[in-house]
Design a protein around this ligand. Structure first.
Ligand code: ADP
Ligand code: MG
Length: 289
């Protein structure tokens, strides 16, 4: 069973004259980290909101095709039911925090599920530690920085023990430090916890280092999908879709254009350094010798 499956999905928001999604088909395997990329209005948020049933249950419209979340058709279950398996984090940290303390915030979901008190305590500690917010239990969410708020929002989603996490441009409102810490958490979720993640982004710079696949969107349609490394081999295509190519992709494209027969595609600075010192610099030394 797939974590998420979109089968020829089109959606028009109620009252809107145009389709927000058109003929979208893709699937996410369990344990996979997929990043949705596209400029504003390309359909990222619509896909996120459909991935836990908020569309069409809370935001109505005309939905065609089939969306399955862990095998359940989105129209056949409530958002409350999907919220047991899917956690969601939004752009604006303020919009999703409403409790008096960080601990209450992170305990809120499991309390609603009537999880035993002792287990709630364990889950809160586990989730706060995972997002690097251990010891912040009694702080007011409103006293935190944007990045800390987003990490509390992630902890609040994780304490439900979801099978899949959906994040809609979570770094949007953050400063560079907040962004760095947020992406460190996402990387850990992928590498240490094998979490199934759907991440929507306008800027792929950080996410490519730990995304298994990239899905490119334009005007509500899929403009490309593939393994991260392969999609990044075509930085011009990203630019044409209004997505700034990662700097390492531009470097790789430049090297490939200068070196016939090479087809570099780097996902991290470490990987670029390793590949170049083995391949390129070694050959250069041989040529010079
Ligand atoms: P993104 O997240 O990539 O910016 P969205 O999924 O928000 O894209 O938007 C896709 C399309 O749906 C856009 O044309 C947008 O204007 C439209 N749209 C988004 N939300 C609504 C809404 N609540 N009502 C009507 N149209 C909407
Ligand atoms: Mg959006």
């Amino acid at each position: 069973m797939r974590a998420l499956e979109f089968n020829d999905v089109s959606f028009t928001y109620k009252g809107s004259g145009s389709k927000a999604l058109e003929g979208v088909s893709f699937a996410v395997n369990k344990g996979e980290f997929i990043t949705l990329l596209g400029r504003n209005g390309s359909g990222k948020s619509t896909i996120c909101l459909m991935s836990n049933g908020l569309i069409p249950h809370a935001l109505p419209g005309a939905l065609e095709g089939a969306v399955r979340i862990f095998g359940q058709e989105v129209r056949e279950r409530s958002v409350a039911e999907f919220s047991k398996s899917v956690g969601i984090v939004f752009q604006e940290p303020e919009s999703q925090l409403f409790c008096m303390s960080v601990e209450e915030e992170v305990a809120f979901g499991p309390e609603n599920l009537a999880v035993p008190r002792e287990e709630i305590g364990d889950r809160v500690e586990w989730a706060l530690e995972l997002v690097g917010m251990k010891g912040f239990n009694d702080r007011s969410p409103f006293s935190l920085s944007g990045g800390e708020k987003q990490r509390v929002a992630i902890a609040a989603a994780l304490s439900m023990r979801p099978e899949m996490l959906v994040l809609d441009e979570p770094a949007y409102a953050l400063d560079p430090v907040g962004r760095f810490e947020l992406y460190s958490v996402l990387k850990e979720l992928k590498q240490k916890h094998g979490m199934t993640v759907v991440l929507a982004e306008r800027d792929p710079e950080e996410a490519v280092a730990f995304s298994d696949r990239l899905l490119l969107l334009e005007d509500g349609k899929i403009a490309g999908v593939g393994a991260t490394r392969n999609v990044l081999r075509d930085p011009q295509k990203l630019s044409s879709l209004g997505i700034a190519p990662p700097q390492l992709s531009e470097l790789a494209a430049l090297l490939n254009s200068r070196l016939p027969g090479e087809s570099f595609s780097f996902l991290s600075v470490e990987e670029a350094e390793r590949t170049l010192s083995e391949d390129f610099f070694a050959q250069g030394r041989a040529r010079r010798a």
